[in-house]
Design a protein around this ligand. Structure first.
Ligand code: IPM
Ligand code: MG
Length: 368
């Protein structure tokens, strides 16, 4: 075959193995039609790695991920590892991969498919199609933190005791590089960019606002505005279709993207891409978690992971045709009425067939 991409696959925990194997099947089928070869290599992370090696992110996983062309990740975590020390929890693997690979930009597109409008809790969501651009390797997730003993007392005499702290800190460089990604993305879309911050309270947010306003002069065609995060969380519900690109910090992006997942009807529909400097393998994963309650039961919705594989083809390799073939096959499958249980809903007009992960994967491949 003409071209070959080496994909590191990290199935992880819970439904992770089912959804990654579904996405790889679709990816291989779509790519072979375009004479592109997909070579995969499985790596361990999260609970899966804890069970084998006692740590959530083995060096081998980082090395092999860096050595690949791109990484596809399922999900990590589960009740089995909930009692672990913070540093040994499965989630550390995700954070370690993000920082280890320098994946500072997280793109989370949110689309409400016409056929799934009834699955959205919003009465009339309209044409929802926006992208959250979340800063991914800075802010409070990676700032200075700790616990110390204080001898002081509160004004009412209460002993302060131990003090725990996390720090939200951002450098100009970190902010500018993610803003640039967001402005460039807006230029390729409907040319609207919203910065979400908490500039009425936080010093770091004020720096985001200043830098974004400065950069907006370089993009005169982009309609740029700013929202406080509390207000943004309301506006996402009241006027979701008016957003195009939203850029925000690590923690605000984490919170708003779960809210957005609900607008889309199921978080099981939302893919994501995490990208770093040019030449760095990106990491592509569904936004949802490992859903341990349905793991291994052929119930998981693989769409978010399949759509993440499509994002990989478009963003990492410029394989626009393979990406849109996959996306169109997903749309066709939804239009044909097949549903996993998370996207079924009660409604008079709905004529759906409840199927499992394997059946819906087969249908997507058939619709390619
Ligand atoms: C996400 C997840 C992660 C995050 C967790 C698993 C560390 O919630 O990707 O949104 O907080 O970034
Ligand atoms: Mg999250």
């Amino acid at each position: 075959m003409a071209k070959k991409y080496n994909i590191a696959v990290i199935p992880g925990d819970g439904i992770g193995p089912e959804i990654t194997s579904s996405a790889i099947e679709v990816l291989v089928a779509a790519s072979s039609k375009k004479d592109v070869e997909i070579a995969t290599r499985e790596l361990k992370a999260g609970g899966d790695a804890i069970d084998s090696f006692g740590i959530p992110l083995p060096q081998e996983t980082i090395f092999s991920a860096k050595d690949s062309d791109a990484v596809l990740l399922g999900a990590v975590g589960g009740p089995k590892w909930d009692e672990m020390e913070p540093e040994l929890r499965p989630e550390r693997a995700i954070l370690g991969l993000r920082s280890g690979l320098g994946l500072y930009a997280n793109l989370r597109p949110v689309v409400v498919y016409d056929e799934l409008k009834d699955a959205s809790p919003l009465k009339n969501p309209g044409q929802v199609d926006f992208v959250i651009v979340r800063e991914l390797t800075g802010g409070i997730y990676f700032g200075k933190n700790g616990v110390y003993q204080s001898g002081d007392r509160l004004p009412d005499g209460t002993v302060k005791g131990k003090v725990a702290f996390d720090t939200e800190s951002y450098s100009e460089g970190e902010i500018n590089r993610i803003l640039k990604i967001a402005f460039e993305l807006a230029m390729k879309r409907r040319k609207k960019l919203t910065l979400v911050d908490k500039a009425n309270v936080l010093v770091s947010s004020r720096m985001w606002r200043t830098l974004a306003s400065q950069m907006s002069f370089d993009y005169p065609e982009v309609e740029f505005d700013c929202l406080y995060v509390d207000n943004a969380s309301m506006q996402l519900i009241s006027r979701p279709s008016s957003f195009d690109v939203i850029v925000t910090s690590n923690m605000f992006g984490d919170i708003l993207s779960d809210e957005a997942g609900q607008i889309a009807g199921s978080i099981g529909m939302l893919p994501s891409a995490s990208i770093g400097a040019p030449g760095t393998p990106g990491l592509f994963e569904p936004i949802h978690g490992s859903a341990p309650d349905i793991a291994g039961q052929n119930k998981a919705n693989p769409f978010a992971t399949i759509l993440s594989a499509a994002m990989m083809m478009r963003i990492m390799f410029g394989e626009e045709e393979i990406a849109s073939d996959i996306e169109n096959a997903v749309k066709k499958t939804i239009a044909s009425g097949l549903r996993t249980s998370d996207i079924t809903f009660i409604g008079e007009s709905n004529n759906f067939t409840l199927v499992g992960t394997k059946e819906i994967t087969k249908a997507v491949i058939g619709n390619l």
